[in-house]
Design a protein around this ligand. Structure first.
Ligand SMILES: [Zn+2]
Length: 314
């Protein structure tokens, strides 16, 4: 299955990330904020970090850098169990001492707020552990553009959400907040801002994918417009023909032309031999076995086939 855009982005962030010692704390704190289940009994704390498999190696590296002992339980949702982790929670400023009792700190620890690298790492951490991102995609069914731009980060509490919103604001990002079924979330909708955040997170390749999706979206709109007035404008007809020829060559190269019926194969051949021919002329060249509309739809199907080949190659 093709990995989602979100998965690709997280992969890139994790791959590029070489956290400084101070930022190791920021990432671990983000993991605890996002996926940590903490229990404190008689001053003894246990924390469970239940993760997506994608994040196991990265998290293990963080824990090893901090020389933290853990039990690892593998499964669909792998889990690190940190026993007697009071010292760690205090160091991460996830927990503090109140009147002689240890309790959780509300919101993001002060030490991350006052340090630019740590603030950035913390926000990145909140995204990889508790966030997701989506961009529009071309449906393979009807070649239409589906979905929109959306980046969100789920945080357990309102305090965390508000603190994270403030940190984002310090970097010039305007996160919106809302609650959804008992959790609090931060989100962004503008494609410009999401692009800037991906760069801020260190996902520059992902940023290029996002740019491509924007270009593809406007190109697709142009192509659709072209197809609709193919008779009205000869230049556009030539452009459409070029697109068809590129598509046919691509299908031949992929060895997939024989997946079409004989008539379509004949049509593809005729198109290759007659790049200037209008749809009306193709009807004649095909000895009228196809109507103009049938030719149009079959050529459109040929262009769609290239999207399918592209999709299965990535
Ligand atoms: Zn730092």
């Amino acid at each position: 299955m093709k990995p989602t855009f979100c998965k690709i982005i997280k992969e890139e962030i994790i791959k590029n990330e070489k956290p400084k010692p101070c930022c190791v704390d920021a990432f671990l704190a983000a993991a605890v904020y996002s996926v940590g289940a903490i229990s404190i009994e008689n001053g003894i704390a246990t924390t469970e970090l239940r993760l997506n498999p994608q994040l196991v190696a990265f998290t293990k590296e963080l824990l090893d850098k901090k020389r933290i002992e853990y039990r690892f339980i593998d499964g669909k949702k792998p889990c690190f169990v940190l026993e007697n982790c009071e010292k760690l929670l205090r160091e991460l400023e996830v927990a503090g001492d109140y009147n002689g009792y240890m309790d959780l700190v509300e919101g993001i620890g002060e030490k991350y707020k006052n340090n630019e690298c740590c603030a950035r790492s913390l926000l990145k951490g909140l995204f990889i552990y508790g966030g997701s991102v989506k961009i529009p995609y071309i449906s393979e069914l009807d070649s239409q553009v589906k979905g929109g731009y959306h980046l969100e980060i789920v945080t357990g509490s309102l305090f965390l959400a508000l603190d994270a919103q403030e940190l984002f604001a310090e970097f010039g990002f305007d996160a919106k907040t809302r609650s959804r079924s008992g959790t609090q979330l931060l989100y962004f909708k503008s494609s410009d801002e999401i692009g800037d955040i991906l760069i801020f997170f260190g996902a520059t390749r992902g940023m290029l994918d996002l740019e491509n999706s924007r270009i593809l979206r406007s190109m697709r709109a142009n192509v659709n417009r072209q197809s609709n007035c193919v008779n009205a404008n000869i230049t556009r007809a030539v452009e459409a023909s070029q697109e068809q020829i590129i598509a046919i060559n691509c299908i031949i190269k992929a060895g997939k032309l024989n997946e079409f019926d004989e008539t379509s194969q004949k049509l593809a051949q005729t198109r290759l031999e007659n790049p200037e021919a209008t749809l009306d002329e193709l009807v004649e060249l095909m000895n009228k076995v196809l109507s103009k509309s049938a030719i149009y739809h079959r050529l459109k199907r040929i262009i769609q086939k290239v999207d399918e080949i592209d999709a299965s190659n990535t």
